[in-house]
Design a protein around this ligand. Sequence first.
Ligand code: ADP
Ligand code: ASP
Ligand code: MG
Length: 250
Amino acid sequence: MALIVQKYGGTSVGSVERIRGVADRIVRYREAGHQVCVVSSAMSGETNRLDALGKEMVARPLAREMDVLLSSGEQVAIALLAIALTARGVPAQSFLGFQIAIRTDDAHSRARIESIDTEKLQSVIDQGIVPVIAGFQGIDDHGAITTLGRGGSDTTAVAVAAALGADECEICTDVDGVYTADPRVEPRARRLGTVTFEEMLELASLGSKVLHPRSVEFAGKYQVPLRVLSTFEEGQGTLITMEQDNMEQP
Ligand code: ADP
Ligand code: ASP
Ligand code: MG
């Protein structure tokens, strides 16, 4: 039995039908005997819609309130997913960032995670309940909601996996792994079976949005086994490895 943290991106939870598909996927992992802890993004397009609403209100909205606004998309997704799981006979509970004390600094819109209360999460997991955690958000020392930067749910997932000492963190997305270039732009791009943290960090910081750069940093620092794979198709995806594991290195 392994403890797996699974993060589902916006496309993966983009409709009621897709959320049902994600719930079925989680059921399959449970049936294979694994413990699953879930992190979800907002439904696709939702964070952009909320961002536009705030900017329609005033040209330069307050950073504190924009974080309250933008973080609300994840709240909808985690509730829907927990409802879908429970309907399949899998006990599940949704958690906003503050409910499991995802503490961050106070840099609104680009906050860094400082700590997570694993006692609460672990006890939920030990009871056989699937936690469904809102990605992308945390709480600062003043009790204000913060967000981690666009694409930040990846970082929530890796931080949760590191804090729990999970066996693997799966980034479940709309591509079947990491490619040499964005496969939607470059049709000749090849999928990589493995990629080192260093290479992945380079790809991420050059703007390949398949992984949030800070999630790669975190995984390297805390040695979290990290995998990028498709929500929709079976497959091994791409494993992000330590440099020394990569036999292709000269
Ligand atoms: P999610 O909503 O699941 O977080 P993202 O849209 O943030 O998904 O990231 C997945 C997308 O990243 C893919 O659809 C793909 O177009 C893009 N992408 C950019 N560079 C790469 C790459 N090197 N390998 C794979 N996907 C990439
Ligand atoms: N929902 C947020 C965004 O669209 C966070 C994420 O998806 O990772 O940027
Ligand atoms: Mg993303």
